[in-house]
Design a protein around this ligand. Sequence first.
Ligand code: AP5
Length: 218
Amino acid sequence: MNLIFLGPPGSGKGTQARRISHELNIPHLSTGDFLREAVRDDTELGKKARKYMEAGDLVPDDIIIELIEEKFRNGELNNGGILDGFPRTIPQAEALNMMFEKHRTVIDKVILLAVSDQEVIKRLSGRFYCPTCHAGYNYPVQVPRKEGLCDKDGTKLLRRHDDEVDVVMNRLDVYKKQTASIVDFYRRANKLSEIKADDGPDLISERILKLLTEVKQV
Ligand code: AP5
């Protein structure tokens, strides 16, 4: 199954993509994760992407499209997968259609996770992560046992730079100006389903799995 998880920052794309990829046994490909790794490792890609990510702006299309084309070339999407955070612009969506066409496969479903700006700000201002083992925490719902320290290895927890409130406001603005148009792109292609995503993660996973069961039966 080829799935795209779409939605504003903090809508739960990563959380749900991890759960559903585990459930369906298909890979989860997150452009945000690939880019953060490249920035951390200070690769050529990371050097190009850093300033856009820190400001909460989109990395230029040609860089991102090449990143996903490479995943297709490497066969990482041969048996389906979940794309999380890609596409984010019309040129990216058009390029992805061509990639699927070239590999004689199709997008089965685009799932839009719909949440309010207020919920996004609450979730992202509470998010922390462990730089050693990458475990995630979120105040007040998933609090570490010792204040500010990872439960698994005791490392001091950090925040993503782009979770600072001014950057989050820009990310929301960028989503509305540059990414929301692809919602209509996929709606017109009859691929889009919207999921109410401001409840707890378990309920949202249930909604997605129910929807996917219906897709498989069609
Ligand atoms: P990316 O990492 O993709 O950031 P994002 O889309 O802004 O998404 P987030 O990771 O912040 O949120 P999410 O929706 O995945 O939610 P999550 O599950 O993490 O991209 C980062 C940057 O990379 C971009 O700004 C851009 O610069 C660049 N980039 C990436 N892709 C690009 C592209 N295609 N083109 C150009 N540039 C690109 O959840 C968030 C928090 O909420 C977590 O703490 C989680 O535990 C919590 N949470 C999740 N679900 C719930 C729930 N139901 N209830 C309560 N809390 C919840």
